[in-house]
Ligand binder design. Sequence first.
Ligand code: 5GP
Length: 190
Amino acid sequence: MQALKNRIIKDGVAIGTEILKVDSFLNHQIDVEFLSELGKEFKNRFKDKEINKILTVEASGIAIACMAAEYFGNPLVVFAKKTSPNTMTDEFYGAEVKSFTKGTTSIVRVSKKYIEKGDKILILDDFLAHGEAAMGMAELVEMGGAEVVGIGAVIEKQFQGGSKKLKEKGYQVESLAVIQSINDGIINFI
Ligand code: 5GP
């Protein structure tokens, strides 16, 4: 999506060769009008799919999932939690997810009430890197006997291999901007 590539070039900050910071519009400060355009593009990529829920992971995925929901006819948006708050008293599905940005492993959790047999679920997130978060979310969906209809990311860092792993598992993966490499502060797109 050209408008997204332009925005990344204008506002994105490369940190070394692995990490991209886009917190002026996606991860910290949110440009609602722009995210709405991204949401519309997700609908375009998955236009033939029947979806009744969108699953994402807190915190950065929530905004884009909610913006996209409007274009899918407002399916419910569920976000996996990265911690187990005292309010999470229901039984939950849990999947282990490694974070290469933070160097930690955590359990992402969703209450069993919110993933039901027969659900058709689109997984959306801000970044797709090594594919750990998306793979963990797909596990949660499948634990609940629901179907992963597709996986969408705003920004894919192709060189970290997540997309390839997910496609090998048979999932439809759609990324709105695909980065091939980051070198000397220059972001190279596919
Ligand atoms: P993965 O699980 O695919 O390795 O990484 C995806 C998750 O890590 C996303 O939920 C995202 O929040 C975070 N992430 C991965 N790479 C980046 C990055 O370059 N910048 C930012 N801001 N987040 C990232």
